[in-house]
Design a protein around this ligand. Sequence first.
Ligand code: JEH
Length: 239
Amino acid sequence: MRLDYLSIFPAYFDVLDISLVGKAAINGLVEIHAHDLRDWTHDRHRTVDDTPCGGGAGMVMKPDPWGEAFDEIIGTESDPSVHVIFPAPSGTPFTQSAAAELSSAQRIVFCCGRYEGIDHRVIDYARSMWTVHEVSLGDYVLNGGEVAALAITEAVVRLVPGFMGNPESLAEESFSAGQDGLLEYPLFTRPVSWRGLDVPEVLMSGHHGRIASWRRDESVRLTRERRPDLTDSDSSGIH
Ligand SMILES: CC(C)N1CCN(Cc2ccc(Cn3ccc4ccc(-c5n[nH]c(N)c5C#N)cc43)cc2)CC1
């Protein structure tokens, strides 16, 4: 899998060389390329923004640098196997299932906007050429697309076959997290007693049936408490 990042702050992606994604890069599972959008400007000030047509607050990212960057990084041929991701406040909420779908992609290009956003013709042009995803991390405001690109990268790459050392943990995680759409149960490890707080006895009982039952009850309790929206979904198993 090749991952490209287009941004006016390409240093945001240096962190990928440190994290687990860096190990995947070393193992050849993923290739990471970060690009400075200003490399495709031609004026002295390396301008990437301009005032919004129709008026309004803030600045909009000009289409020209994006188009020239696309030509050089992706090419001028249409190819639906190339996935181009535009993080945006107006995007579709990014989900685990979207991460799973993207984990089989061979090429993902992240377009990280700043200011008020990117001239919409850039997205329209990309849609005419590749498979475009306009996505949002959630209902809160970030200053640009870079943090979202990093979060999406981690969610996707950890699902790439061969990435996680222990695939069982993924299976368990996807199973329990996805199990009936419930939230994960609380986790404990040694020491059994810590600052007057003890691991729940059932987890030390060695009785697998009771442990499974306790974990499900905890998942149901937490889901009802924190995510009542999940309790009505058909997959939740709780109503
Ligand atoms: C009326 C007028 C004054 N309003 C002004 C604020 N507008 C919303 C607005 C707010 C911030 C930004 C900054 N920004 C630039 C590119 C970019 C990409 C992603 C995100 C982003 N934010 N939150 C997420 N979950 C995101 C994701 N994924 C934010 C981005 C861009 C746009 C709405 C219009």
